[in-house]
Design a protein around this ligand. Structure first.
Ligand code: OAD
Length: 236
């Protein structure tokens, strides 16, 4: 089966890889769901919603600052590197990630769409200006903008829209893909997970990589049970 998958990938002109938190588990960054997942210990509605931030910006910022510190220590794993390598050889390649940790960039991926934003970017809650800040820990939380108002992480919280333009770019690439890889995502958060349906409807060969079953496991062309850092270097 792996040979068949390798051949499909090698012959494809347009490839999309869609990644989720499982991609970074082997780099030491916990996922949200499943064993060890963040949503087992923390409540999303207390930390990852606009209402939570309005209620207690300091608490939300402390949580994001702690995650930034953990992510700053993490290194891209063999799976991130394999995807960066695939981008260099594929005629057309787009990486669509739900991850905010920046590890795909650090592994060398260049054509990356960040559906849920980027934890290293800060955005002013009033003037909207965004800038990158890689300091971890931040010297003060909450941090403030030059305009004097509070900054927030430029990530997508539950109930918010995706950043402008990211959906149309991802949807178009998924609809045209010949091979679509879905890696390390529980595929339960929409609209992101809907890209798998878009790819299938467009006729892509869909390959899933995940140690656990997902709602899409029965519907994809190949469902490989295992860790991204182990399987990706073997098929790419
Ligand atoms: P989840 O935590 O929901 O799912 C992670 C998936 O990774 C699970 O299906 C695991 O089985 C799988 N996994 C674990 N270790 C793995 C490994 N080594 N290799 C491959 N897969 C592995 O994460 P996401 O699907 O990314 O959104 O979650 C989607 C969104 O929900 C996130 O972007 C975040 C979250 O709440 C927001 O915060 C808006």
């Amino acid at each position: 089966m792996l040979d068949e998958i390798r051949e499909r990938i090698a012959n494809a002109r347009r490839i999309v890889a869609f990644t989720g938190a499982g991609m970074s588990v082997e780099s030491g960054i916990p996922a949200f769901r499943g064993p060890g997942g963040l949503w087992r210990t923390f409540k999303a509605e207390d930390l990852a919603t606009p209402a939570a931030f309005e209620r207690n910006p300091r608490l939300v910022w402390e949580w994001y600052d702690a995650r930034r510190q953990n992510m700053a220590k993490a290194e891209p794993n063999a799976g991130h590197c394999a995807l960066a390598g695939l981008e260099r050889r594929a005629p057309e390649f787009l990486l669509v990630t739900q991850n905010i940790d920046g590890l795909h960039d650090r592994a060398g991926s260049r054509n990356v769409v960040k559906l849920h934003g980027d934890i290293w970017m800060l955005r002013c809650t009033v003037c909207g200006r965004e800038h990158q800040d890689l300091r971890a820990p931040l010297p003060d939380v909450p941090p403030y903008c030059e305009c004097g108002r509070m900054l927030r992480p430029a990530v997508v919280w539950f109930g918010e829209f995706l950043p402008p333009g990211v959906w149309s770019k991802s949807e178009l690439a998924a609809s045209r893909a010949e091979v679509f890889l879905t890696i390390g995502t529980s595929a339960v958060v929409y609209p992101a997970a809907g890209l798998i349906d878009v790819a299938k409807a467009g006729g892509a060969t869909v390959i899933e990589i995940n140690p656990q079953e997902t709602p899409y496991s029965g519907a994809v062309d190949y469902s490989l049970r295992g860790a991204a850092g182990d399987i990706l270097p073997r098929i790419l």
